[in-house]
Design a protein around this ligand. Sequence first.
Ligand code: SF4
Length: 68
Amino acid sequence: MKIKVDLDLCQGHSVCIAEAPEVFDVIESTDGYPQVLVLDKSPSEELYTKVRAAAKYCPNNVITLIED
Ligand code: SF4
């Protein structure tokens, strides 16, 4: 699995961290707003359920999963 996020549409809600803290963080972007940072763009299989939940519940629907 590969993870892509659309940073233009991410609004830093941090729902992704709540679902998969091993994979997502939220940091302050250069323009001062919080934005997602993907810590692991190719997570191991045991994290797939959490990553799928993060993508499903992201309020802005900006997390795209490319399944192998
Ligand atoms: S939940 Fe979605 S919009 Fe919010 S910080 Fe994570 S990726 Fe960005």
